[in-house]
Design a protein around this ligand. Structure first.
Ligand SMILES: [Mn+2]
Length: 348
């Protein structure tokens, strides 16, 4: 297991030397964040990220993410141009030493919450999704925490209208079309694609979602069998779906050699519907048995990249939602402890 930490580049208020001080952390997960989705990344930007990370004693081997342009997901005629740019970016990150590309194929919204500051009983706050609050959201006048800056209301309306004709089957075939072009380049460059599951793992606002559960993953790997077609096993995303058996899924896809990257965090189911709150990383904090998940990964041969996913705001920190320093660092220490115990003694 290689423990990493997400870093948002030079604008991140969390500095690389702080990340290096988190025990056992060997690398950062980052990306070029100042280029519009779908455009080409410059080799010089990637070299800069790599040299900054290396100077702090950290590796840069995972990119999160190279975002996929909506035209590719929609299957529009312009997709081929954006796929060419994507291939350019794969070659560019590979040249900078990246081995794993995290990406997702969610239409429009790549995560969805109803609050960014859910108050926890211990005085901390975290992201949360309330089914009751979600039902009150008017799709024609969308105001969603974390998204209001990304799209104007008119742009959003137009984009949602474009997806009206896109079924699950169509979206899936658009993903396969994309992968059939991209995966041969990944094989040539020694890079693995690692799709991030839907967050949360169900359709929202009538938008189809296709990477939500075990049968979706089976279909994905059957359609594109290359081992370069892999998975980011995000426990918080899959775990929000109460029908997902995470211990089983972790073991199954680790045994298949499909998991290149693991996002580890816990979620707490807060009512009898789909509502959940993000919690601290420990099994005791939420509804997922993190120890059993890590055990399933290790026992089935997982040896990829890991990072703590979203943390709470604790100790007075007011971090980027989910991406403060303190609770993610606690998560790292906990995750490292789980892996150490299971890797060293779990098979006895
Ligand atoms: Mn994740």
């Amino acid at each position: 297991m290689k423990l990493t930490f997400r870093w948002y580049g030079e604008d991140d208020s969390i500095k690389l030397d702080y990340i290096k001080q988190i025990p056992a952390t060997s690398g950062v997960v980052t990306a070029v964040y100042d280029v519009p989705v779908g455009e080409k990344w410059k080799a010089s930007s990637l070299e800069r990220l790599k040299s900054l990370a290396n100077a702090a004693g950290l590796q840069f081997e995972v990119v999160e993410s190279i975002p996929v342009h909506e035209d590719i997901k929609l299957g529009k005629p312009t997709r081929d141009k954006y796929i060419e740019n994507y291939i350019h970016n794969i070659r560019a990150v590979a040249a900078a030493g990246v081995k794993c590309v995290c990406y997702n194929f969610m239409p429009v919204f790549d995560w969805l919450r109803t609050t960014l500051k859910h108050q926890n009983p211990d005085g901390s706050n975290s992201l949360a999704y309330s089914h009751e609050d979600f039902l009150k959201v008017n799709p024609d006048e969308l105001h969603l925490p974390g998204w209001d800056e990304s799209y104007s209301p008119a742009e959003l309306k137009q984009l949602l209208a474009e997806y009206a004709g896109v079924s699950h089957e169509k979206l899936f075939s658009n993903l396969v079309y994309f992968l059939n072009k991209v995966i041969p380049v990944c094989e040539e460059c020694g890079v693995n694609m690692a799709i991030h599951p839907d967050d949360p793992p169900w359709d929202v606002f009538g938008l189809p979602r296709i990477i939500s559960n075990e049968s979706d993953l089976d279909a994905l790997f059957a359609a594109v069998p290359s081992k370069a077609n892999g998975l980011t096993f995000c426990t918080g995303s899959f775990g929000a779906g109460r029908g997902n058996d995470l211990v089983h899924m972790a073991g199954k896809y680790a045994a298949q050699g499909r998991i290149y990257f693991a996002h580890l965090r816990n979620v707490l189911y807060t009512d009898d519907t789909d509502s959940f709150a993000e919690t601290g990383h420990l099994s005791a904090d939420g509804s997922l048995d993190m120890a059993a998940i890590v055990r399933a990964l290790v026992k089935n041969g997982f040896d990829g990249y890991v990072r703590p996913d979203h943390g709470r705001n604790i100790w007075g920190e007011d971090g980027k939602p989910g991406y403060g320093l303190f609770d993610r660092a606690l998560g790292s220490a906990y995750i490292n402890g789980l892996f150490e115990a299971i890797e060293k003694y779990g098979n006895r």
